[in-house]
Design a protein around this ligand. Structure first.
Ligand SMILES: [Cu+2]
Length: 264
């Protein structure tokens, strides 16, 4: 009885939040953002998959480099079973900094780009002009409801197995991304775009969708099919998206210096 009442209340609150959303309950999972690269960033992420196939992403973070945009993505493992954020153990070259390449082994490929407007696919990778800006105190608040057609394939299916990653650190503490801090991003350089500061591409925070929340059956609504439903073609697609992201990222980051050298 109480349970039914709660479900009803959840459904009603969903209606209030979403207006025309169907009456069935949404699925909500959360992740705690923890610092990467000693950034000091902390925060929370709430991912709500609507019954209609949309996704609302709310991020409340603090400790970011103030006044600069921070690229942020939903990452996930396409191979399964390794759901962790990177640690110093991933600093394979031992230089004290986790690059995007080093960290990606933990947080996986990009499923979705958490832009402030427009396209949210991996192609928008580091569309830095559509990334959220940290305010003067380093707070970064983000809240966007993506319609079903804006949510890339695989995100909803993988909801319980995702990472949210924010990028952008300030190694030399001068308040901006520059090559004096950590040199040039080899991540971008390897894609043919020179002189992108590594500070801009290194991870600043990472959060894993927590098992406890994810393991709980969706409140009300959706059937239990929350498990990963991967197949070869999906994995291939994700791989392609990842590759597109890398190229897109480099190009857009190069936007700081718009060099567009190589479109691969
Ligand atoms: Cu990312």
């Amino acid at each position: 009885m109480v349970a039914r009442l709660l479900v009803t209340m959840a459904a009603l609150s969903g209606l209030v939040l979403w207006g025309s959303a169907p009456a069935e309950a949404d699925t909500t999972v959360t992740a705690q953002l923890e610092e990467s690269n000693g950034s000091g960033v902390t925060g929370t992420v709430t991912l709500t998959a609507t019954n209609s196939g949309g996704l609302r992403v709310v991020i409340r973070a603090e400790g970011h480099v103030p006044g600069v945009p921070h690229a942020q993505h939903v990452h996930g493992s396409t191979t399964g079973g390794h759901f962790m954020c990177p640690s110093t153990a991933n600093d394979t070259d031992g230089d004290g900094l986790l690059t995007n390449e080093e960290a990606a082994g933990e947080y996986g490929d990009v499923f979705m780009t958490l832009t402030t407007s427009g396209d949210a696919s991996a192609e928008s990778g580091l569309a830095i002009d559509r990334m959220p800006m940290a305010d003067a105190s380093g707070r970064l608040d983000y809240d966007r409801a993506f319609s079903p057609d804006e949510v890339p394939d695989g995100v909803i299916e993988q909801l319980a197995h995702l990472h949210v990653v924010q990028h952008g650190i300030d190694v030399n503490g001068n308040g901006r991304y520059d090559v004096d801090g950590a040199g040039v991003s080899t991540f971008a350089e390897n894609l043919g775009v020179p002189n992108v500061p590594e500070e801009a591409t290194n991870p600043a925070s990472c959060g894993v969708v927590t098992g406890a929340s994810a393991a709980t059956p969706p409140r009300g609504g959706m059937e239990t099919g929350g498990g990963p439903a991967r197949n070869g073609s999906e994995n291939a697609l994700i791989g392609v998206l990842g590759a597109v992201l890398l190229i897109g990222s480099a190009v857009v980051l190069g936007n700081v210096r718009r060099s567009r050298a190589d479109r691969g």
